[in-house]
Ligand binder design. Structure first.
Ligand SMILES: Nc1ncnc2c1ncn2[C@@H]1O[C@H](COP(=O)(O)OP(=O)(O)OP(=O)(O)O)[C@@H](O)[C@H]1O
Ligand SMILES: [Mg+2]
Length: 236
């Protein structure tokens, strides 16, 4: 469904991604692991077009998406949930969620209503508190809101950057239950970046390890869980 071929990305003169190739098949959960600063977020930003690849090619459902604008990539069915949970603090939960439908070509009132119902079933707490301002939510609730907003645009694929970062273990547990459920019920394909390798390797079927902008390991998660090499590379 998604394929990166030899991607090189830069910030100014800093050469960050140094030939990243990876693929995600439809229906899979794939994780991208690695220590701080190795280029995990940059990989997601390059896929979604916030960072332009200097060379290499990216394909989504067989179609090249390298160097097309972000909003067009989103419209093709990829949703990006950044690590810094950009919710709008002065908008209500419901208003924050509705913003997630902006990239649907024609989001009728009916679609908005149906999608709201859908996300409230996965995240009941958002439904109960739909009129509350986003800014009054806890970190965990804001994370749920960001993921839920990503779902409002009916994506086929989600790029999820560190969903569990800084959250209490109980919320992490809740998220690790919801995420696979979502993928199954919604037929969502997921590329998951996560510092918490234990969580990621539990959720995903396959994984890649990034070191200094290069993929240095990939394999099925059941192998990665046992691998000393992966533990060393990820610093766990
Ligand atoms: N906007 C930017 N301008 C310049 N350098 C940047 C920018 N964003 C990131 N970098 C640098 O690029 C490198 C890769 O950053 P990136 O955010 O992709 O790492 P990461 O693997 O996601 O790390 P973390 O686990 O801390 O989130 C880092 O050295 C970082 O300092
Ligand atoms: Mg990051």
């Amino acid at each position: 469904m998604l394929e990166l071929k030899e991607i090189h990305s830069f910030y100014g003169r800093s050469h960050i991604l140094q030939g990243v190739s990876l693929n995600v098949q439809a229906g899979e959960i794939v994780c991208l692991l690695g220590r701080n600063g190795v280029g995990k977020s940059t990989t997601l930003k390059t896929i979604i077009g916030i960072v332009q690849a200097r060379s290499g090619r990216i394909f989504f459902k067989g179609e090249e998406i390298t160097s097309i604008p972000t909003h067009e990539i989103v419209r093709k069915g990829i949703s990006y949930v950044p690590e810094d949970r950009r919710i709008f603090p002065n908008l209500t939960v419901r208003e924050n969620l509705i913003l997630g439908t902006q990239n649907l070509a024609k989001a009728s009132q009916e679609t908005k209503r149906k999608n709201l119902e859908k996300v409230y079933t996965y995240f009941p707490r958002l439904g109960v508190r739909k009129n509350q301002l986003g800014g009054t939510f806890s970190g965990g609730e804001q994370q749920m809101l960001t993921i839920a907003r990503g779902l409002m645009g009916n994506p086929q694929m989600m790029l999820l950057d560190e969903p569990c970062e800084g959250l209490a273990p109980i919320i992490v547990q809740e998220l690790t239950k919801i995420i696979p459920l979502l993928c199954q019920s919604e037929g969502l394909t997921l590329l998951l970046v996560e510092q918490n390798a234990h969580v990621a390797l539990k959720l995903a079927q396959r994984g890649y390890v990034l070191e200094k902008g290069e993929i240095t390991y990939h394999g099925p998660c059941h192998e990665m869980r046992e691998s000393e090499e992966v533990k060393r590379k990820c610093g766990i």
